[in-house]
Ligand binder design. Structure first.
Ligand code: ADP
Ligand code: MG
Length: 393
């Protein structure tokens, strides 16, 4: 799950990570009022979408840039009206862009230098890793490609935590001195606390800036949260913006299904992430394109299976469905009952191939056979994949 920059700012405030004052607005009038509140200060106005590269992006209406310096409330309203309800295209949004529904008016700070700072989970070492660079404000992928020596990585021991000497080392490597170094260390310590407390998968600040008056501030923020830990954070879940997410994924998350929408036309419903990956592979192997990754999990209920099937059928790109179940904890008959319940509600307008194996498979097959639905059965994974690829033609 991701959040907007203005929401990230709320978390920064809560944890004491310094960032410029800012206020979110959904209309030009609100933007003007926000600018009025910060009267006297230099200001920026920033489009709020779940994608980076806004500064260098462009709107489909021809307006350039999703981040602008402004000087007055009138100008705030003028720029807001050019951004709100318009589509912003950046290197991260793809061609289709993102509709801007909110802007943030924030204090503009004088920048001495732009740095890059992020904390993420590193699977290879099973530790949080801090990634930092003196080359901030630009795409970190480019920095990693062109000047890999300018990227600093520091792994944190999960039990010992982030030690003061580690902070000082990082600070020195980035070239901070004196008071500013202390500012930087304090900021990273707070950010690390935020990262752990909120079960983030990633916090990225690009740019982190130093200012002529000795401050160190987070000017931008991108957050990712571990979906499996969200149950511990109702306040963060409340920040979810379904408008920014794939509607299929929103529906799936309501039923605790692991679903990722893809571009193909063969939907798959599978139990277990490994089997789901293998099923997508075999669809591709026989010349098809998967429409999704969908793992109903080991102990799915009939309601979850029904919901999963409905999500699949609700996707207009789907031209055929492959159900591939290896019953272990999962009872094949539960899958069969869920499929039938969903098909009765929605009809079954497209080809369905089912391959069941394992726990209670005979009952599952019997239930499907007795349903009167037009279902093709697959004996093996390969057989089932070939059949569905042929059926969608
Ligand atoms: P994005 O990464 O989506 O382009 P940023 O928030 O990083 O958006 O903004 C792009 C650039 O705009 C930053 O690198 C920084 O130079 C400038 N900028 C952003 N916010 C401020 C601010 N509050 N004050 C001054 N400059 C800013
Ligand atoms: Mg940025």
């Amino acid at each position: 799950m991701n959040i907007h920059e203005y929401q990230a700012k709320e978390l920064f405030d809560q944890f004491g990570v310094p960032s410029p004052k800012g206020k979110v607005a959904s209309t030009p009038e609100e933007a003007a009022a926000a600018a009025q509140e910060f009267a006297g200060a230099k200001l920026v106005i920033k489009a709020q979408v779940h994608a980076g590269g806004r500064g260098k992006g462009h709107f489909k209406n021809g307006f350039q840039g999703g981040v602008h310096l402004i000087e007055s409330p009138d100008q705030a309203a003028e720029f807001a009206s050019k951004m709100l309800n318009e589509t912003l295209v950046t290197v991260q949004t793809g061609e289709e862009g993102r509709l801007v529904r909110k802007v943030m008016v924030a204090e503009a700070v004088d920048i001495t230098h732009e740095y890059y700072l992020s904390i993420l989970m590193d699977r290879a070492t099973s530790r949080p890793v801090i990634v930092a660079s003196t080359e901030g404000g630009m795409s970190i992928e480019d920095v990693a490609h062109d000047t890999p020596e300018k990227i600093i990585r520091h792994h944190v021991h999960p039990l010992l935590g982030l030690q003061p000497y580690e902070l000082r080392k990082l600070s020195a490597e980035l070239g901070f001195h004196g008071e500013q170094s202390k500012e930087f260390c304090r900021l990273v310590a707070k950010l690390y606390k935020l990262f752990l407390t909120c079960d983030c998968s990633m916090v990225e600040i690009n740019p982190l800036v130093s200012t002529p008056d000795g401050r160190v501030l987070a000017l931008d923020a991108k957050f990712g949260f571990d979906d499996n830990a969200l149950y511990r954070h109702p306040d963060i879940v409340a920040m979810r913006d379904p408008e920014e997410e794939d509607p299929r994924e929103v529906a799936a998350s309501e039923f605790n299904l692991n679903y990722i929408g893809l571009d193909g036309n063969i939907a798959c419903l599978v139990n277990g992430a490994g089997l789901a990956m293998a099923t997508m592979d075999i669809i591709k192997h026989y010349g098809g394109e998967p429409a999704n990754f969908l793992d109903v999990g080991g102990g799915a209920t009939k309601e979850q299976v029904t919901a999963a099937f409905k999500i699949i059928l609700g996707d207009p790109n789907v031209k055929g469905i492959l159900i591939n179940i290896f019953g272990g904890i999962m009872d094949c008959n539960v899958i069969a009952e869920g499929v039938i319940a969903a098909a009765k509600e929605t009809g079954l307008p497209i080809p369905l191939v089912v391959r069941l194996e394992g726990n209670n498979v005979e009952a599952g097959k019997a239930t499907l056979a007795a349903s009167g639905l037009d279902i093709t059965s697959g004996d093996t994974m390969a057989d089932a994949a070939k059949k569905i690829v042929a059926a969608v033609g």
